[in-house]
Design a protein around this ligand. Structure first.
Ligand code: GLY
Length: 408
């Protein structure tokens, strides 16, 4: 090759490289922007969207839960709904963040819709319902009225505890779809989320009875609900006569032996709360192990929004944003308790959740914050929809993040 020809080829090569890098610069910039997490901005976005949602809810005098298959707002069941506490809970978090009394007044007015449900003893969901609403409200206002509601709800919840099984029964078995499963004393991993109410009420009353029951439930669940990889079964059915395990099954997961995504998140959050109230290292260890299970799966699939079940990896399967919101909120708390640092993963979770794909623009999505959650695929219910609890744990996570990492 003569000298001129090789000079010409080098020149062409340099020219192509320069052209290529100019063309790709904007994309690189875009990617960097996407990875910036501006939590105060996200909280301000949440306030705008929930202002619109609250206005619609006030007009209808109902609490929003999700969307129907036709895209209309599906309101909570006024007789009882395990999700009814989340919307007022989100409003409490916005009050906590902004100090704007409008949020307090809204939260108070929506939670009175279901105050009488504190007397319900037909399922375990009282912790979800009352801790997220009246529990947050009490922390912020110290109103005695809220405290009394929490105590009554906790009394209803502990009426479902049985010494022989060592846990709180999740579902009654004589009615509805649960009656068809042949269970006698079903306990679901979700039930770990009801324990916070009991820990709190023991502190409020100076009566250790509630905390003792919460600890018994957490210990029984730790013994029977988990596999060797720290994933959990969804449903454990106990023999009420002997207290022994009858069956290990699922209700909302892909199969009895699979790891239903939201169930793993409930377990992580539940054991993190158990450590907060007891300082018992076995709960901290359990929470860390569950966190590792979830994070390993996120790394494997290169996504922080899991499929609705970790044993489903068909790329067309629905993802469950709600599982990611519960996980990230729990991880932010756990990050302070352990030598492991979860901060890098926390950022990844929040960046994925806050991407255009998952976070709705103001005024869209019928004013829910997040898209793409799953209620229950086996029941063909709430598939790829917004859910009020996905929004609640997302706002809680943003608030926790802001307290811990953003504020100086
Ligand atoms: N039972 C609460 C849930 O569906 O996660």
């Amino acid at each position: 090759m003569n000298k001129n020809r090789s000079r010409f080829l080098i020149f062409c090569g340099i020219f192509i490289v320069i052209l290529y890098s100019c063309k790709h610069k904007p994309q690189i910039k875009e990617l960097k922007n996407k990875q910036t997490l501006n939590v105060p901005l996200l909280l301000s976005h949440a306030q705008k969207q929930l202002s619109l949602q609250a206005a619609e809810a006030l007009k209808n005098k109902r609490i929003p839960r999700t969307l129907t298959k036709n895209g209309e707002i599906h309101w909570t069941n006024p007789k009882f709904d395990w999700t009814e506490g989340f919307f007022p809970g989100s409003l409490w978090y916005l009050y906590r963040y902004s100090d704007d009394k409008k949020w307090m007044e809204l939260a108070d007015s929506f939670q009175t819709h279901f105050e009488t449900h504190k007397l319900n003893t037909t399922n375990h969901d009282l912790g979800f319902v009352f801790n997220c609403s009246y529990g947050n409200g009490y922390e912020l206002t110290k109103k005695d009225k809220y405290k009394q509601v929490l105590i009554t709800a906790a009394n209803s919840l502990v009426s479902r505890f049985d010494e022989k099984t060592g846990c709180i029964k999740s579902w009654d078995t004589h009615l509805g779809w649960q009656a068809k499963r042949g269970w006698e004393y079903p306990v679901i991993i979700d039930n770990m989320m009801n324990l916070e109410l009991l820990f709190k009420v023991s502190e409020l009353t100076n009566d250790p009875k509630y905390k003792k029951i919460a600890i018994a439930h957490a210990d029984t669940t730790l013994k029977n609900h988990f596999r060797s990889d720290y994933s959990s079964y969804h449903v454990i059915d106990y023999d009420p006569e002997t207290g022994k395990v009858r069956k290990r099954q699922t209700a909302q997961g892909f199969s009895d032996e699979s790891a239903w995504a939201r169930g793993q998140a409930w377990g992580l959050y539940g054991y993190t709360v158990c450590f907060r109230y007891t300082k018992d290292k076995k709960y901290l260890n359990q929470a860390n192990k569950i966190a590792n299970f979830i994070i390993d799966n996120a790394k494997k699939t290169n996504s922080y929004i899991p499929y609705w079940d970790y044993n489903v990896n068909n790329i067309h399967a629905p993802k469950d944003v709600s599982a990611a919101t519960i996980t990230v909120s729990a991880l932010i708390e756990l990050d302070g308790y352990t030598n492991n640092s979860y901060k890098e993963f926390i950022d990844h979770f929040l960046i994925d959740l806050s991407s255009e794909k998952n976070l709705a623009k103001v005024g869209t999505n019928k004013n829910f914050l997040l898209k793409h959650s799953v209620g229950s695929i086996p029941h063909d219910n709430e598939i790829d929809v917004p859910l009020n609890y996905a929004d609640y744990y997302y706002i809680e996570a943003l608030w926790r993040y802001n307290q811990k990492y953003t504020k100086s």
